[in-house]
Write a protein that binds this ligand. Structure first.
Ligand SMILES: Cc1cc2nc3c(=O)[nH]c(=O)nc-3n(C[C@H](O)[C@H](O)[C@H](O)COP(=O)(O)OP(=O)(O)OC[C@H]3O[C@@H](n4cnc5c(N)ncnc54)[C@H](O)[C@@H]3O)c2cc1C
Length: 451
């Protein structure tokens, strides 16, 4: 029989080890997506590698969790650039794809959207094709190529074995800081600096057959959610644990675009200190997440304590254990909680932060964000290593500096800064630390981003 077409004949956007890339983006979460799209839009030959089976990082990995800070405020003022491109690409699919963040919730998150993860994934594939960006899933970076102190390529642990790709500028948007770690950059690895408190790791899950109208009405009435998760934990979860159920420390409920479904994001790691840079930690979390999801359903069905959920079923756990904080770069500048609270001004600002902050640790310490807080270019720059920019949650910040505005919209915008910088470096033949940041600011301005 004649051999038919193969994937090689039809998949023109695949990563190609023979292509000398201008920009290689490692990690396909919000920061990586922002970076790849910004680099591609600015004419750089770009490839994005994602270690897992889907683009979106924690944004799609947590099902319908609200994507915060996609807008500057509750009036829906736009952020410009790649963020708006992604929002528009998702919103064009209508109510199957997204629902505004203020429906059914007490939380005042109407600057947010709850997004169907499959529509988000579709939007990313379509945008990659539109901007001629190569992309590959199932492609964890497992090492780097270096010439002296300069990173010149990455080693991908592909199904076919290790494959090396060369690029002028590499962007580490792995969230976990894997690339910077392999390159020998100095990293913060111990959670919060003074207490070493580690952020929760979460395995999200979905319940179906919920009477959602009844449930959201009850939840609104109960006033159980944000600004503090603590009341919910004390009023509901501790009694649950006493009754013999294995439950997360706290639970957040997110509205889905599919009838009868509620998306659940929780403190799966309970009070256990989990280092997400270890495969054994993530394996333990998968197991804990499955146990807790099954027990949550048993709990709400037996105790009938969540009106609307009396007849619910567990639909799915996962898709994977989500880390809020793993390794962070200790770069040319370390962004702190004071910077985000005061809105410190920097000459080299190339991104901004909006929205709110997560409480940290047992003291529930939280920062209040100065809206539009500037984020400087030096936070992307390793101290000694060239050829590399680090963006997103593994960028150079203290834990509180990162947690002040770690929302998805902010991470897209921070990634965008890296993508623009990398494209300019490649075009001008300069190393990231030598790039004139005014050029990045000028490009962002042309892209409709106000800093
Ligand atoms: C459970 C949870 C709940 C949250 N709740 C909210 C919320 O309600 N609203 C909100 O706006 N924000 C929320 N956040 C914060 C937000 O999701 C993150 O700050 C944001 O996703 C960080 O983006 P990132 O791209 O830096 O990292 P990530 O989203 O972690 O993406 C990193 C990507 O890199 C990939 N990767 C990792 N290692 C490698 C490697 N070696 N090679 C290739 N790829 C690799 C990962 O698979 C992943 O896709 C939450 C985060 C978590 C974890």
């Amino acid at each position: 029989m004649e051999k038919g077409k193969t994937v090689l004949d039809v998949f023109n956007s695949r990563a190609n080890p023979d292509t000398p890339y201008d920009v290689i983006v490692c990690g396909g979460g919000p920061a990586g997506l922002g970076a790849a799209l910004a680099a591609g839009m600015n004419g750089a030959k770009t490839v994005i590698f994602e270690g897992r089976n889907q683009f979106g990082g924690s944004a799609t990995g947590s099902n319908w969790m609200e994507w915060n800070a996609l807008f500057k405020d509750s009036d829906g003022r736009r952020r410009g650039g790649v963020n708006d491109l992604i929002v528009d690409e998702i919103q064009k699919w209508g109510p199957d794809a997204w629902v505004k963040g203020d429906r059914g919730r007490v939380i005042r998150d109407h600057y947010a959207l709850h997004i169907h993860p499959e529509y988000a994934k579709k939007a990313f594939f379509d945008l990659f094709k539109r901007y001629k960006i190569d992309y590959q899933l199932y492609s964890p970076v497992v090492g780097v190529e270096k010439e002296g102190d300069r990173v010149t390529g990455v080693v991908i642990g592909a199904k076919e074995g290790n494959v090396t790709y060369k690029g002028n500028v590499i962007i580490d948007a792995s969230g976990d800081g894997d690339v910077a770690h392999y390159a020998g950059c100095e990293m913060a690895t111990e959670g919060e600096e003074t207490t070493h408190w580690r952020a929760f790791v979460t395995v999200s899950f979905l319940v179906c057959n919920v009477d959602t109208a009844k449930f959201w009405k009850w939840l609104n009435m109960a006033d159980l959610m944000v600004p503090s998760f603590r009341p919910y934990r004390e009023r509901i979860l501790e009694p649950g644990i006493k009754l013999g159920y294995n439950l997360p420390t706290w639970i957040g409920f997110d509205e889905a675009t599919v009838p009868g479904i509620v998306s659940i994001n929780s403190g799966t790691s309970q009070e256990i200190s989990v280092d997400p840079s270890k495969s054994y930690s993530l394996t333990y979390m998968e197991q804990a997440g499955t146990d807790q999801a099954i027990d949550f359903v048993r709990w709400v069905r037996t105790e009938r304590n969540h009106p609307g959920m009396e007849e619910c079923y567990l639909l799915r756990v996962g898709p994977y254990a989500l880390a809020r904080d793993t390794r962070r770069l200790i770069g040319e500048y370390v962004f702190t909680d004071k910077d985000v609270m005061n809105g410190s001004q920097f000459d080299d600002t190339i991104a901004t932060k909006y929205g709110s902050s997560d409480p940290v640790g047992s003291v529930r310490k939280a920062t209040t964000i100065r809206q539009g807080a500037p984020y400087p270019y030096r936070c992307y720059l390793p101290k000694k290593i060239d050829g590399l920019l680090v963006a997103g949650r593994c960028g150079s910040a203290t834990l509180l500096g990162h947690f002040g505005g770690k929302s998805i919209g902010n991470m897209i915008c921070i990634g965008q800064g890296a993508g623009v910088a990398a494209a300019l470096c490649s075009k001008n033949g300069v190393q990231p630390r030598k790039l004139d940041y005014h050029l990045i600011q000028q490009k962002l301005d042309e892209m409709g981003v106000s800093l």
